[in-house]
Design a protein around this ligand. Structure first.
Ligand SMILES: [Zn+2]
Length: 286
């Protein structure tokens, strides 16, 4: 899918499952399960989608999936459906060896986003994309090293600690254009210093939603995940982003929706809703 000087492709690290109640916060189960059916352990299916963006001489990977370092018990708890090394294999099959990734943008360091950032190779953990620069918000890097008791289990230090020694860790402060036409927007409701990549091209804007709006169902403003540390901040950050998205007809890409890759949004009858959902490859320019 081409948008101005950037082209985009979705890659998958498989699926996993999360508690449905925690995923929809205060929304009652009879409402959310119509959108997202729960299994016998009350879990909903969650995609592990990554975005590859190529343009201006850069090959940028956005997030790295959940990775391979999980034992059988953990794979069962999280209902993982993925092949070992799935993301790297998918990239390789598409003619994109991991050495050719120039930049990795990590929206945040939760294990389902940074789990594939490093590989457990002989000699210890090392970056899965050895030539890449790694972009993380400084606020978030600091938080991930000192999280609260409430979100401590979302981080695994070994996922990202080796990045600090590469000399290619780029800690970002706030709203910055990190590459031509690629801006990051920090949002803090889910976790302090999560960043959303926004590609503002002459042919339109694409935003990767990470955990601000994990699925189509979460577009509706009050549907905020119980995982979010500051749900009222998430609410206002959703409102700000969705208002811009309606105004300029953004293409929005979902990281976690099990079915839909992307959508455009509308505001009608007092609420935001998907106007059109699509696979990214089928998206046309605005
Ligand atoms: Zn998260």
């Amino acid at each position: 899918m081409q948008l101005g000087n950037w082209s985009f492709k979705i890659f998958s690290d498989g699926f996993f499952r999360l508690d449905g109640g925690a995923s929809f916060g205060i929304v009652p189960k009879p409402m959310w399960e119509k959108r997202s059916p729960a299994d016998e352990r009350n879990r909903i299916k969650v995609a592990l989608r990554c975005l590859l963006a190529e343009g201006h001489g850069h090959r940028v990977l956005i997030d790295t999936g959940i990775g391979d370092r999980w034992d059988a018990k953990q794979r069962d708890i999280y209902g993982m459906e993925r092949r070992a090394g799935q993301l790297l294999t998918e990239l390789d099959t598409a003619g994109i060896p991991r050495e050719t990734i120039t930049d990795v943008l990590l929206t945040h360091l939760h294990f389902d986003h940074a789990g594939g950032a490093c590989l457990d190779l002989a000699g210890g953990m090392s970056p899965a994309f050895p030539e890449a620069r790694w972009w993380v918000q400084r606020t978030h890097w600091d938080w991930a090293h000192n999280p609260s008791e409430r979100d401590r289990t979302s981080f695994r230090l070994e996922d990202f600690e080796a990045l600090a020694d590469t000399g290619r860790l780029e800690l970002v402060d706030g709203h910055v254009e990190i590459l031509p036409e690629l801006r990051v927007t920090p949002v803090g409701g889910h976790t302090p210093g999560m960043q959303l990549p926004e590609f503002h091209t002459e042919a339109g804007t694409l935003v990767f939603l990470a955990d601000l709006i994990p699925s189509v169902a979460h577009i509706h403003l009050p549907w905020v995940a119980g995982f979010d540390l500051n749900p009222l901040l998430s609410l206002s950050e959703k409102r700000q982003l969705l208002s811009r998205a309606v105004e300029d007809d953004y293409l929005l890409v979902f990281q976690h929706d099990p079915v839909h890759e992307a959508c455009r949004v509308a505001f009608a009858e007092g609420r935001f809703a998907a106007r059109e959902t699509m696979d990214l490859a089928a998206a046309t320019q605005a």
